[in-house]
Design a binder for this molecule. Structure first.
Ligand SMILES: CC(C)(COP(=O)(O)OP(=O)(O)OC[C@H]1O[C@@H](n2cnc3c(N)ncnc32)[C@H](O)[C@@H]1OP(=O)(O)O)[C@@H](O)C(=O)NCCC(=O)NCCS
Length: 170
């Protein structure tokens, strides 16, 4: 069984490791802005919390819910649910971003992360979910389409083709 929960100080070591694992995919595990390996982790957790309640947001950021996905006590992935869209999220980022650590892939975890994220988004009152994926990300496209994603269009993001999908979440 998978649970999604907030990260804690006790997760620091594994979350730093997960972040470096995801770097190899040109992605990130932790919320962006956490790039300094020496950055204070409690400050990061404070930012996760303030983002959740929409306080002290960095410029251009919207409130968001960042949760880690835990299976049998191990952190296997994460989700980031944005409570609203700004211009960049509307064009490229979408409402929900997820990632699964390389050692835990192809076990259905990302599918489950998106299923649970949609319930959380629904509780936040988000009835239409924008999801984006690189045009060559077969796994992510599969996950979005399994959840009823309807392709609106493909857009160019700095030379990378991106798909924009809508999921009816009402
Ligand atoms: C994309 C990602 C989240 C997939 O995680 P995952 O836990 O392996 O995905 P799942 O096990 O739920 O697989 C979902 C579907 O994609 C398929 N799939 C997974 N990896 C695949 C791959 N490398 N090639 C082809 N199909 C793949 C699975 O077979 C499954 O299809 P099915 O339901 O028909 O069986 C993971 O690879 C990742 O974190 N990548 C880096 C970050 C990223 O791309 N995030 C998504 C953009 S927001």
């Amino acid at each position: 069984m998978m649970i999604l929960r907030l990260p804690t100080l006790a997760d620091e070591k594994v979350l730093r490791l997960a972040d470096s694992e995801l770097e190899l995919d040109g992605s990130n595990f932790l919320l962006d802005g956490f790039q300094e390996s020496e950055a204070d982790f409690q400050e990061y957790l404070d930012r996760v919390h303030s983002s959740l309640v929409g306080e002290n947001l960095l410029p251009g950021r919207v409130p968001s819910t960042f949760l880690v996905a835990v299976v049998d006590g191990e952190i296997v992935g994460r989700t980031s649910i944005r409570h609203e869209l700004n211009e960049w999220l509307t064009n490229f980022g979408g409402h929900i971003g997820y990632a699964v650590r390389p050692g835990f892939r192809r076990r259905g975890y990302a599918t489950e992360i998106l299923s649970q994220s949609l319930v959380i988004a629904s509780n936040l009152g988000i009835a239409n979910i924008l999801m984006t994926s690189n045009d060559d990300n077969v796994a992510s496209i599969r996950i979005i389409e399994k959840h009823g994603g309807v392709l609106e269009n493909k857009v160019d993001q700095d030379g990378v083709l991106l798909r924009r999908y809508w999921i009816n979440n009402s």
